[in-house]
Ligand binder design. Structure first.
Ligand code: UDX
Length: 443
């Protein structure tokens, strides 16, 4: 199939490369010339496991190219995927300007006798398909064009997105056109995954409902961690016991400093806004968002309770600034938010992250922050060390050796990566999230 992808962010670039790998002929469009040139030269705008190799492979096989030329890109695709960003506007609703301007350009450059299936992959509020349709018509002007719209939400997780695209739990496609549904079904039918064919509104809502549900699961276990701290229970044991119930499942039950990233905070907020627009007060989601903020504040309060509100004499080592492990992405990272608060109270920060240092520098600058080359460097003369991102390598450091280098042996583990009992044996004053002081993770 001939496929055009509009937008070369995570979703667009990964989807384009994966479709090309499936044997299709893909053109990726972006308005940013430098980004496009880089992609064509094998330099990726994002860090994503396996992406560079895949793009190089499919480019070499002449099945993938990036361009800034809207006309040729739109003319190329029988299927045109809109994968542009939908950032939150100030009121917390999704800003659809990029989606609509892409739709208008599709209308503008679609030749009169061609048929296009225009698919939104970006996460867009329920009902957006009607507006996409209108904007395509606005772009077409007096020209008569043939097209159908469809929704095909994306469930990729950053860090594992190429794997996810090939091994998705399900494919969701929504359209009011049988023809569009069948073209999309053809695209995905080789995957060993169920395909949910539905109407446009349901497809659009599935994405928000799924992300909001996962965020709810995280906020739920975070709330449980608060009860654990007050009752002497241990949140890891509680999560283990809950998660073995197959109706609940063990994933997304890791308590910590809250969820971040470019999806969950934005999508939960947007679903809450959409509900309000339809005169429904989705109170559960309000609670999910509140719990997420409180979880971060509560973690920071532990630091202030120990050290007081003026941290200016203190050196704090920080492990992790990405919003989660496996990515260089720091957008809406709770780790970055925590670092800002600690620095705001005067602390000197020594930060290490295996992938996100460059993005962290852009967000945090150099004031009171030193960027380190390894976890080991972070421990050197730190008064406290904070684990803020769940990189597995932070769980496997030689802590016996490392804590010797600290001024005082204090660790705040915002991701519950370490074993409280082991820390106790090493003489560490250990603060986890909802952990029992002497919980033993080796069982
Ligand atoms: C998410 C969805 O998982 C994916 O399906 C969707 O397409 C995009 O949004 P992503 O944002 O890449 O993916 O990250 P995810 O792995 O879901 O983690 C989101 C946040 O939740 C991170 O900040 C992570 O640290 C946090 N998290 C996750 C927890 O705090 N506890 C958990 O148990 C799981």
């Amino acid at each position: 199939m001939k496929i055009t992808i509009i937008g070369t962010g995570y979703v667009g670039l990964v989807s384009g490369a994966v479709f090309a790998d499936w044997g299709h002929n893909v053109v990726c469009l972006d308005v940013d010339k430098k980004k496009v040139d880089n992609i064509n030269n094998g330099i990726m705008p994002i860090y994503e496991e396996g992406l560079e190799e895949l793009v190089k492979k499919v480019s070499g096989e002449k099945r993938f190219i990036a361009t800034t030329d809207y006309r040729s890109a739109v003319e190329h695709g029988e299927l045109i995927f809109i994968c542009v960003g939908t950032p939150s506007n100030q009121a917390g609703a999704a800003n659809l300007d990029y989606v609509f301007s892409a739709s208008e350009s599709i209308g503008k450059y679609t030749p009169e006798d061609d048929y296009k299936v225009v698919i939104t992959k970006s996460t867009v509020p329920v009902g957006t398909h009607n507006k996409v349709r209108e904007h395509i018509k606005i772009g077409a002007g007096d020209k008569k064009i043939k097209f159908d719209v469809a929704s095909n939400p994306e469930f990729l997780r950053e860090g594992t997105s190429i794997y996810d695209a090939n091994n998705t739990d399900r494919v969701v496609i929504g359209s009011d056109s049988e023809k569009a549904l069948s073209v999309l079904e053809d695209l995905y039918k080789h995957l060993d995954s169920p395909i949910v064919k539905t109407d446009l509104a349901s497809a659009e809502l599935i994405k928000y409902a799924a992300n909001s549900f996962l965020a709810t699961k995280i906020s739920f276990i975070n709330e449980i961690s608060q009860i654990c701290e007050r009752t002497g229970a241990d949140v890891k044991s509680v999560a283990l016991g809950m998660g073995l119930d197959q109706r609940i499942g063990s994933r997304f039950l890791n308590a910590g400093i809250g969820y971040g990233g470019s999806c969950f905070p934005k999508d939960v907020e947007a679903l809450y806004r959409t509900s309000s627009e339809y005169f429904y007060d989705f109170r559960l989601l309000r609670g999910v968002m509140d719990a997420n903020e409180r979880q971060r504040d509560y973690f920071v309060d532990k630091v202030f309770r120990k050290y007081g509100s003026n941290l200016s004499e203190l050196n704090f080592g920080v492990l992790g600034s990405a919003f989660k492990n496996g990515t260089d992405d720091t957008r809406k990272s709770v780790a970055i938010a925590v670092i800002r608060v600690l620095r705001g109270a005067g602390a000197n920060i020594k930060l290490y992250d295996p992938a996100a240092l460059e993005n962290s520098k852009k967000e945090l600058g150099d004031d009171n922050i030193e960027y380190m080359n390894s976890s080991e460097e972070v421990f050197d003369k730190s008064d406290s060390v904070f684990i803020l991102t769940e990189w597995p390598e932070f769980a496997n450091l030689d802590y016996k050796d490392l804590v010797e280098k600290m001024n005082s042996k204090v660790i705040f583990d915002g991701r519950n990566l370490l074993d409280p009992l082991e820390m106790k044996k090493l003489g560490v004053e250990y603060y986890g999230v909802g952990r029992k002081e002497d919980a033993d993770d080796t069982h």
